[in-house]
Design a protein around this ligand. Structure first.
Ligand code: HEC
Ligand code: HEC
Ligand code: HEC
Length: 284
């Protein structure tokens, strides 16, 4: 094939792919993902969340530099500017792909202005540096926190033969079985399903302590236990309306609360970490 033909073909291909993405732009969310080299600064590759701690240092150092330049305190200013510069440059050392995102000119001007006691220039330098912080944060902060810090439930299991997902499906069936049986007047089935649900909830509660060590989370706690008792009572003697209300309350306390934190972040993390393939996206 002639070179010119090859280039024209490539060009056409780019235009076709580009148009496809553009046509679907309302239904596609494009996100930048952080470079893989970031992983080494997070668990499990690292014992500590080194990246995040460097960020906390940067925020503290920005505050200190602002404080001492406002107060024209040359000695302390020098100390904190040096630290700020060190940890700002560390960003590019830790993730070389992000070196080009650093505003090296601003950080060196900032250092010079501090050395020469040009306090107003220091203040302006901080404003410029802040723009560099923000620009990276807009693109990468949320996705990084989700990918590297959201609790990962993929290895949590109920028993070697029962995955968390399977257990969740069972819990959900039990909740709905209670609702169906209650609506159709099958009291015994409703009560036996509630008993199963209660057992399932207790079993689930044994998994919390694998992560919640210090803040020993008691699941089911007192409020959930009370909700189960109220539901049981209403299934025996209450009205259909009471039964529905009590079941709703239990579902919020025992399921939705945890889903609001854990299922949400687990699902989002999963989409970022094991990204769906293009084929899957197109098929769906
Ligand atoms: C090249 C990218 C990049 C640059 C530049 C950058 N950050 Fe960050 N920063 C991040 C990422 C990624 C996170 C998310 C980390 C996480 O949540 O685990 C973050 C998180 C933070 C956090 C934690 C936010 C929170 O409240 O939980 C602070 C504070 C922070 N950065 C301060 C700064 C400051 C101050 C600067 C500028 C002097 C700066 N960062 C520059 C990438 C960057
Ligand atoms: C894989 C680890 C892990 C497991 C297992 C786990 N949690 Fe958590 N949970 C966390 C972490 C970490 C946080 C702190 C917030 C965050 O980072 O999302 C948290 C926060 C929460 C929160 C919201 C904040 C709070 O403290 O009120 C609730 C509610 C919660 N967990 C409930 C549970 C329940 C109930 C279980 C067991 C059925 C459980 N978690 C099991 C890691 C875990
Ligand atoms: C740890 C807190 C936690 C509690 C408490 C909890 N869930 Fe879940 N649930 C999760 C997580 C995490 C997932 C995602 C599991 C996965 O995809 O592997 C999930 C997923 C599910 C799913 C989807 C399963 C699937 O097929 O993908 C259902 C249905 C469900 N939960 C029902 C319930 C019901 C009903 C209750 C209350 C009786 C409940 N869950 C209580 C954390 C919790």
């Amino acid at each position: 094939m002639k070179w010119s033909h090859f280039i024209i073909l490539q060009g056409l291909l780019i235009i076709i792919v580009g148009s496809l993405v553009y046509i679907h732009k309302d239904r596609v969310a494009l996100m930048k993902t952080p470079p893989a080299s970031l992983a080494q600064w997070y668990k499990p590759e690292n014992k500590r969340q080194v990246w995040l701690h460097n960020m906390f240092k940067l925020r503290r150092e920005m505050q200190a530099v602002r404080f001492y330049s406002d107060n024209s305190d040359a000695e302390h200013l020098e100390k904190w500017v040096t630290l700020l510069s060190k940890h700002y440059l560390k960003v590019g050392e830790m993730v070389p792909e992000w070196n080009k995102k650093l505003d090296l000119e601003t950080i060196s001007t900032l250092q010079k202005s501090a050395q020469n006691n040009h306090y107003q220039k220091v203040s302006r330098g901080l404003d410029d540096l802040d723009k560099s912080c923000k620009s990276c944060h807009t693109d990468y902060r949320a996705i990084t926190a989700t990918m590297y810090r959201a609790p990962d439930f993929s290895s949590v299991e109920i028993s070697p033969s029962i995955s968390l997902k399977k257990h969740m499906k069972d819990l959900s069936k039990q909740v709905n079985q209670i609702k169906i049986a209650s609506e159709d007047g099958m009291k015994d089935l409703a009560l036996s399903s509630l008993l199963d649900l209660k057992k399932g909830i207790n079993t689930l509660g044994e998994t919390c302590s694998s992560c919640h060590k210090k803040d020993t989370r008691i699941y089911p706690g007192g409020t959930i236990k009370k909700a189960i008792i109220s539901l049981e009572k209403s299934l025996r003697t209450g009205t259909l309306k009471d039964q529905g209300k009590n079941l709703g309350t239990l579902a919020v306390l025992a399921c939705a609360r945890c889903h609001g934190t854990h299922r949400l972040s687990h699902d989002i993390r999963k989409t970022f970490v094991d990204r769906p393939s293009w084929l899957e996206l197109i098929k769906h």
